[in-house]
Design a protein around this ligand. Structure first.
Ligand code: ZN
Ligand code: ZN
Ligand code: FE
Length: 756
């Protein structure tokens, strides 16, 4: 019908560029039989359509499905005058226009590409760099915007005629796939020993070397991995030794879900995460017994597992491994290695062989790590696959740089209603990581076209991220308290405004009184907070040393509870400590020498772990606390707990400490002690929340801080508080640990700026 011929213009925003959106629209238009055009704009994609009313409606509905990698965050539909298009076409994007659009994260190889990879008749059969508009490297290979091939590390590979034809054909699934390549024109893989290239098929040779127990450095998407056969105990131990006696759990990669199920339990939720396009490392519960070497994840009931996310991984894993250890190729806490030269130089003492290729990595990103708890994915580390996807804010904010914390650093840049968190940077105290921090800031500013008007940092005067902020000239500076930032980070991703009860349970953060906080309940909104509750202060004898040596915290808590009577306690761990050292620690406490006060809950976990004999020293922050969680056995019992009321509540430690000590001297199973300790904290803090609610009428609880990486505490508090009728808010989009702090910093600074 003539009169029903209409025209509309659709403005679509979100992640709609570099993800095959225009070919998707083109095919949809062809399918439905509609005319018009599609173009990239500065804010997303614009589509003009003409056709029958029915067809136009159907088009508007179906476009919302988008191609798999797109994320539509907004679509507006406008009336247009009929121009009488005679076909549907893709309009070339004009340069400079593209700057403020979103860059896609790296995407795991898709099903269509895997099919071609395994098809002997396909021209990309067994080609390790196969990709298409729906998959492949993105963020890791981009140096400049717009996201066009000359601005990526693919610029050195001119496309052959066949690839070029695919690239130019709007109906082809490689239309404008910037990393498009084939064995004739694209990157190549090579295997080296310490001196020269190993002849033959690189992947087959690498697989057979892995089977013999060798360590191979493998270049991936965001950096190098160090790989060994995960079922070979000797190889796993060798890797630990060569990696400077590394004690952190190693991540695994398996070919398929079926392989993973042989050594770990996989719930449907886990499965969805494992097979998602982001392909994070997912923390799964170990199946016992299993064939994975003990040394992969010692003293831990979980395994971090991922599925292959590059064609190269598929080709390698297909050679018959239950799992490979695939751990970040770095030394100590330095950033992961990304260039071939760096790999040959820095990994020479660790790797026996090097599986490398000639496509450069421009933006380093570690694998992301997720632990599913209480029905949701919880980030331990948000990096490859997720960065630079923004977190959307409740309202527009100024352009800002929030510098984050010191450990597990990430920073964040804001623009409009978007907060772009950086990839995982790491612990800033080592120089290469600090360089990575400063260079990534410059790089992300350029890619996102953001010039900050405000720079935000932690109040800790010694954080390198803070001193960096202080050194910047001609820019407004804002300092934010660490735990306030934690709580507001949680509020921001849940789009909360107004007052909440904020549970900030953490290792250490600089408090407004100069003490190290971390067991606080704040009454907080987006601009300020009141410190309503805190753990009693305990000195940290030796300062940072007390973080690496939990026995020092144990002594501190025992002295706090028993005074000099602690010498008479029948605790096995005390017998391992030389009495002279013990006296020095007590002197430090008494004379207040190098013994800053802390209310950190993370330190209490460390102290309890030492008192029950789990370990006196740790190799990484949170190790003792993690092991305390791992041994935990369910029980209904708990220890006594108490807090003193008043303007602020002071949680007293004595009842819990003396309860634990009594159980240890009575030889109660450490698993049960751990269970009672966890219960005590859950009951204690949920009761305190009730009392705060009575006093203030607040019913919303936001929880943040590294302690909530502990699944028992997170699950337990969600449950206990929900049963009491609270609305509970937790992290799902950014880490609860210090990797999420920058988001809160930015939102607080925006609020303070608005107040001016
Ligand atoms: Zn693909
Ligand atoms: Zn080609
Ligand atoms: Fe923190």
């Amino acid at each position: 019908m003539e009169g029903d011929y209409i025209a509309r213009r659709l403005e679509i925003s979100g992640i709609v560029q570099g993800v095959g959106f225009r070919p998707f629209v083109y095919r949809l238009a062809a399918e439905i039989g509609i005319k018009g055009e599609v173009a990239n704009t500065s804010s997303g994609v614009s589509v003009v359509i003409e056709g029958g009313r029915c067809e136009v409606d159907s088009f508007c509905r179906n476009i919302l499905h988008g191609p798999p990698l797109a994320r539509i965050t907004g679509m507006s539909i406008h009336d247009e005058t009929i121009k009488g298009y005679d076909s549907f076409c893709i309009v070339e994007s004009r340069k400079n226009n593209d700057k403020s659009t979103l860059i896609s994260p790296d995407i795991s190889v898709c099903g269509d590409c895997i099919r071609e990879l395994s098809d002997p008749d396909d021209r990309r059969h067994n080609y390790p760099f196969i990709n298409c508009t729906n998959c492949g490297p993105r963020y890791s290979i981009i140096a400049e915007v717009p996201y066009d091939r000359p601005n990526t590390s693919m610029k050195i590979f001119p496309m052959c005629n066949e690839c070029r034809t695919e690239f130019d054909d709007p109906a082809n699934r490689r239309f404008h796939a910037q990393p498009n390549a084939c064995p004739r024109c694209g990157p190549r893989i090579k295997l080296y020993d310490n001196n020269s290239e190993v002849p033959g098929d690189a992947i087959e040779a690498a697989a057979s070397l892995l089977k013999k127990g060798y360590i191979i450095a493998i270049k991936g998407i965001g950096g190098f991995h160090l790989a060994v056969d995960a079922e070979n105990s000797r190889a796993v131990m060798l890797l630990r030794q060569r990696k400077h006696k590394e004690e952190r759990p190693f991540a695994l990669m398996s070919y398929s879900l079926k392989d993973v199920q042989r050594f770990a339990f996989v719930t449907p939720g886990d499965e969805a995460l494992l097979t998602s396009a982001q392909r994070p490392i997912v923390i799964l519960e170990k199946r016992q017994p299993n064939s994975i070497a003990q040394g992969v994840s010692p003293r831990n009931n979980t395994l971090g597992v991922m599925l292959p996310y590059t064609p190269l991984h598929y080709l390698l894993l297909r050679q018959g491994f239950t799992a490979l250890v695939m751990t970040s190729a770095n030394i100590s806490d330095e950033p992961i290695v990304i260039s071939n030269e760096e790999a040959f130089k820095r990994l020479a003492g660790i790797a026996d062989y090097f599986l490398v290729h000639d496509r450069d990595i421009y933006n380093r990103s570690d694998d992301s790590v997720i632990r599913p708890v209480a029905g949701a994915a919880r980030f331990i580390r948000r990096s490859r696959g997720y960065v630079p996807t923004p977190v959307f804010l409740r309202q527009d904010v100024p352009q800002m740089l929030a510098c984050g914390a010191e450990l597990k650093n990430t920073f964040c840049l804001t623009k409009g209603n978007k907060a772009f968190l950086s990839q995982h940077i790491g612990d800033l105290e080592n120089a290469p990581t600090y360089d990575f921090f400063t260079s990534s800031i410059e790089q992300m500013k350029k890619l996102l076209d953001i010039t900050p008007d405000i720079i935000v940092c932690d109040q800790h005067p010694d954080y390198l991220s803070s001193t960096y902020a202080q050194r910047q000239q001609g820019i407004r500076k804002v300092q934010v308290q660490h735990h306030h930032a934690h709580i507001v980070s949680c509020m921001a991703e849940n789009a909360l405004e107004g007052d909440v009860i904020g549970l900030a349970f953490d290792g250490l953060g600089y408090g407004t009184d100069g003490a190290m906080w971390g067991g606080e309940i704040l009454i907080s909104d987006e601009r300020s907070f009141i410190r309503k509750v805190h753990l009693s202060y305990a000195p940290m004898p030796g300062g940072d040393m007390a973080v690496r040596e939990p026995w020092r915290m144990a002594i501190s808590y025992l002295y706090h509870t028993f005074g000099r009577d602690l010498f008479g306690l029948d605790l096995p761990f005390l017998k391992e400590i030389d009495e002279k050292r013990l006296n020095i620690i007590i002197q430090m406490i008494n004379n207040n020498v190098n013994a800053p006060n802390t209310s950190g809950l993370g330190r209490l976990f460390d102290g309890i772990a030492a008192i029950i004999g789990l370990r006196n020293m740790v190799c990484y922050e949170g190790q003792a606390a993690m092991e305390l969680e791992m041994i935990c056995k369910q029980t209904k019992e708990s220890y006594d707990y108490k807090w003193s009321n008043g303007e602020t509540f002071n949680v007293l430690l004595e009842p819990i400490i003396s309860g634990v000590v009594q159980d240890v001297t009575r030889d109660v199973d450490p698993s049960k002690i751990s269970g009672k300790f966890h219960n005590s904290l859950i009951r204690l803090f949920s009761e305190i929340c009730e009392e705060i609610r009575t006093e203030t009428g607040l019913n919303r609880v936001a929880m943040s801080g590294g302690v909530f990486q502990n699944a028992i505490i997170l699950k337990g508090l969600i449950q206990a508080l929900s049963e009491k009728g609270f609305q509970v808010f937790t992290h799902r989009l950014v880490p609860t640990n210090d990797g999420g702090v920058c988001l809160g910093q930015a939102v607080i600074a925006a609020q303070m700026h608005g107040d001016r």
